[in-house]
Design a binder for this molecule. Sequence first.
Ligand SMILES: [Zn+2]
Length: 297
Amino acid sequence: MSGGAAAPQQKLERLSAHLWRVELPVHTLPPYDHTNAYLIADAGVGLLVDPGAADAEALALLDEALAAAEVRLLKAIALTHTHPDHVGGVEGLTAHLRARGGDAPTLYVHAAEADRLPEGWRPVRLQGERTLMVGDVAVTCLETPGHSPGHLSFLLRNAGEERPEAAVVGDLAVASGSVWVGHPEGDMALYLASLERLRALAPRVLAPGHGPAVVAVQKRLAELAAHRLEREAQVLAALEGGAASLSDVTAAVYRGVPDDVLGLARQSVLAHLLKLMHEMRVMHLGDAEDGPYALRT
Ligand SMILES: [Zn+2]
């Protein structure tokens, strides 16, 4: 996944007029050692997406970002999804803001994942499309499921501009490699539809949950979709070649993958098989998850 040594990134970086990337140290899936929080700010007001950590280093970086963006009021925290590496700092940051005499920011999350959060957080549940104003910037909460069932992306739009300024996309996209889409947490058909949805909106920059920003947006979204369809072709080829069980298909598609990630690979292959079954291109014989599966002819 990681293509050799990456150039060191700045931990605080302004990506566009109203968007700052804040790289917080977080224990997450390799090759990453951080999760990006994003500060959307205008006219002294801020909205923070995905505070994955709130230890001393993370709080110092977040304070630095608030100062750089001249935010006097952090009015909300919004979550792309509820995986621990994206929500780990919510409580600590809220306590930190309160200790300075501020109100607790409103917490936004998709309704499909709200019940996964600890009791007492009382988030506002988003469903459908909703636009929040941050100063004069319109931040539209887009449903982009696939990596997780209630995954959201946040689209920044300015009046009079044709293309959106940016999209904060959580684990929908990354600049290199790919994100994990596996059953039952993920859904391959929905994932591809979410990529297409972003492509149609054509934001100027993508702000992913891990790694650097994506500036060649349309190209990268096309690559991410092509990567999945390539895998799908490999799954079909494995079935055609005689593999029938989920284990055999996984072994054929992910040849040489170390054992400790084979479980993740298997869930990913299952997500492909479910999509293919839905499209009536593959059938499931018997009723065990391991199959057998076969091509429909
Ligand atoms: Zn995730």
